[in-house]
Design a protein. Sequence first.
Length: 323
Amino acid sequence: MDPAAALRHRVEAWFLSRRPPSDQIALTQRNVYIVPTTAGWMLGATLLVLLVASINYQLNLGYLLTFLLAGSVAVGMHVCHATLRGLAMHLMAPEAHYAGAAAAFRVVLHNARRSTRYGIALAVRGSSHWSWTDVPGQGTATVEIAFQPPRRGLHPVPALTAETRFPLGTFRVWTVWRPAARMLVYPAPEQHAPPLPPGEPREGDAMAAAATQGAGEYDGVRAYRRGDPLKLIVWKKAARAQAAGSGELVSRDTEQAQRHALWLDAQATGLADLEARISRLTAWVLQADRLGLDYGLRIGARTVQPSQGEAHKRACLEVLATC
């Protein structure tokens, strides 16, 4: 890193460290800043040329035009600063996302005054992808801000920038906001992952499982799961379902299947790299959840007991994201 970039990085870190993290912020004159834009500097230079020419040639109309434009700029500066000043922003709790996929979190803007605030933009600090909105008088507006998570894990929401250049574009009014919330980033699932590993006999049921292995005793029926053998499908019920127009299939449920537990173990992936293991386990968790199976997770010293459902899937993905 060159010295200039290092200096900018240190100044940026110092500037952000002075902003206390919070998921809500009210914009006042203490945290709203204003600087001229490129167009504003050009307009200022033009006004200076007009003033010098009017003084040199004693042009009354030149004075009139110069001070009329200068007054418009002064009013525009006040309106521009007031567009952000007094606005309140609230960050909604961010949802978990997968690594490598674009994430988005929502910010709610609250406008207490009666007039509409126009042309307000928000973005991740340092990003060029802005989200623009108008906030109606005594109303709210919700903005979705795009963000690319760097990798799996629990990450703080990056610092945000809000700005406006309304109405003339000659001034840039902006603020910096450090949210306190954190975003959970799940690992990216492996593409074209191999099939799920075989089930393991439950503790204390190994002998019973061996005794019933060839018996073929059925305890009832259940919804068809992808990968069920054709011999377990109840074809009579399938025919009735086809006649009724539903097309749903059911399979026989065996004692053998109930005596085995599906464990998604890091050792069963057959991979040496930790990130590759986690990616494959993530794909297996999603696959087992789609099939409606009871499954557990083992990676390192962390274990999630077999279960199913949305809460169980999220618990497994959280372990994979933070291990």
